[in-house]
Design a protein around this ligand. Structure first.
Ligand code: NAD
Length: 486
């Protein structure tokens, strides 16, 4: 008897139930050995008071099956509702978002007929940590946190993915010419891990030119690895130019749990009309089948789906007089895929997954074994400063402490004291840097007690300290950026 793999399915909102029913019909007809458990998540749950749109019973199912096939969710308008996707990613440790972007010419119009790339996006860190503060009446902050283990996990995953799917090149995209530490560590870890995969070509672009190249010459890319925000943007650019926004699936993968979904939303404008294209969710289910070690069924469905596409059996969203033969609704499309099970496409290259595709990818970020020598060498004290011009502030803060010297005052990273070169400095939000010496090449250790004493001095001067940021060296290397103009 075949053992059935338990999976959790969520029909979702809008067109979700229609496209999930079509996908399940195909999975059943292909005899995918699955034991699905259905959970309810999404709009109804939000409106019942679950702020993340997911009840406890759904978590229990997910923790049991470790696989979720999910229809799109409508996030209700208005404040107080948390993104279900972000909650799932963070709670379940889904560190890699994997989005294949493939063009299907001539059936789906595209300027890039040879495009076939995969974007692996870091899914948990960066500016998407959601740590934001309003610090003054006029200044808002979003914290970008990047960890070495986080970079290691997802970059390692991208290389393992390339190997598993017989892809030849991994391209890294960062902005490390500007963000030398957060994006710098991503690039550095990429270089380190690349050395472990001599069989795979590697390259790096700054994200801006990288995005331009993806838009202009997507066929030159194979696997792209990038961080959260850039990956979010570039995945939509790539899906759009492939012409396949309605056809693409994506996977959110962790070491223990994975979630699969279409990249489109719940399409409320066509919900209930039974005309939605189920292909995005079908493609997501193909990614799921490979993940749960059922590549034969994945191959069967993918070839039948390609055959249906090239036969010109199309839903309304991709229907054209030139390339379509029959306009079908959601159910009829699923029936056509079922009818083509066992057939291979003639115009598209038939899909063939090698046996080693079964290898499970697990990536843990624990490569760095030794801790660096960390030394406290200064502090940045950020203040809300509605009253004083930089020169006046500089005068107030010099000779405040017997051991610490005021080195520089900056505003949004730009030096405003001493020797302000800025024509109209914005000094309402200032960072005041203190070190034992002003010489950056000869930094001396300071103590937390020095910082506390300094903060007491700020309080006596009635200065509103909004935050402090300690300055460290790691094995003698600066762990902080210098101000522009310092
Ligand atoms: P959308 O992707 O739902 O719709 C954009 C356009 O594409 C619409 O005209 C729609 O009719 C069409 N479309 C989308 N999927 C289609 C399909 N399978 N077949 C045919 N046409 C299709 O984007 P939106 O309108 O910006 O968002 C609607 C809702 O979906 C919002 O509440 C949004 O928050 C949510 N959303 C959810 C997810 C998710 O759950 N992963 C992703 C994106 C958006």
């Amino acid at each position: 008897m075949t053992i059935k793999t338990p999976i959790t399915i969520a029909y979702g909102d809008g067109i979700g139930p229609e496209i999930m029913a079509a996908t399940m019909k195909i999975l059943t007809a292909a005899h995918a050995p699955l034991a699905p458990e259905t959970i309810e998540i999404g709009e109804k749950l939000y409106l019942e008071g679950f702020t993340s749109g997911i009840p406890d019973t759904a978590w229990e199912s997910l923790k049991r099956t470790k696989v979720l096939l999910k229809g799109p969710i409508t996030t209700p308008q208005g404040g107080g509702y948390k993104s279900l996707n972000v909650t799932l990613r963070k709670t379940l440790g889904l560190f890699a978002n994997v989005r294949p972007c493939v063009s299907y010419p001539p059936f789906v119009p595209t300027h890039h007929p040879h495009m076939n790339l995969v974007i692996v996006r870091e899914n948990e860190e960066g500016t998407y940590s959601g740590i934001e503060h309003q610090q003054t009446d006029e200044v808002y902050q979003c914290l970008k946190l990047v960890t070495r283990p986080g970079c290691e996990r997802v970059i390692h995953y991208a290389f393992e993915y390339a190997r598993k799917f017989n892809r030849k090149k991994v391209t890294c995209l960062t902005k490390d010419n500007i963000m030398k530490m957060t994006d710098g560590i991503f690039h550095q870890v990429f270089n380190e891990i690349a050395r472990e995969y001599p069989d795979i070509k590697t390259e790096h672009f700054i994200i801006d030119i990288g995005t331009a190249l993806v838009a202009a010459e997507p066929e030159r890319f194979d696997v792209i690895i990038t961080s959260n925000l850039y990956g979010d943007i570039i995945s939509d650019v790539a899906a759009q130019i492939a012409g396949s926004v309605g056809l693409a699936g994506s996977a959110n993968v962790g070491n223990h749990v994975a979630m699969f979904e279409a990249i489109h939303g719940s399409a409320p404008d066509i919900a209930g009309k039974k005309i939605a294209n189920p292909s995005g969710l079908i493609n997501a289910s193909i990614q799921m089948l490979i993940h749960i070690n059922q590549p034969e069924t994945a191959m069967l469905i993918e070839n039948a789906w390609l055959k249906t596409l090239e036969e010109g059996i199309h839903t309304a969203d991709i229907y054209s007089k030139e390339h379509s033969k029959k306009k079908v609704n959601t159910d009829e499309f699923a029936d056509a895929v079922v009818a083509h099970l066992g057939q291979k496409p003639a115009s598209f290259k038939p899909i063939e997954y090698r046996n080693d595709i079964r290898a499970k990818i697990e990536c843990y970020g624990e490569r760095k074994k030794t801790l660096s020598k960390k030394e406290l060498v200064g502090v940045d004290i950020f203040i809300d400063n509605p009253h004083y011009a930089p020169e006046e502030l500089g005068k107030k803060l010099t000779k405040m402490h017997p051991h610490l010297q005021l080195v520089v005052i900056t505003s949004r990273g730009l030096k405003v004291w001493p020797d302000c070169m800025v024509e109209a400095p914005y000094a309402h939000h200032c960072s005041c840097r203190f070190q034992a010496t002003t010489d950056i090449k000869n930094l001396q250790p300071i103590t937390h007690h020095h910082i506390i004493e300094l903060l007491q001095q700020f309080e006596q001067l009635s200065l509103d300290v909004i935050k402090t940021e300690n300055l460290y060296t790691f094995d003698g290397k600066l762990g902080f950026s210098l101000a522009q103009g310092q």
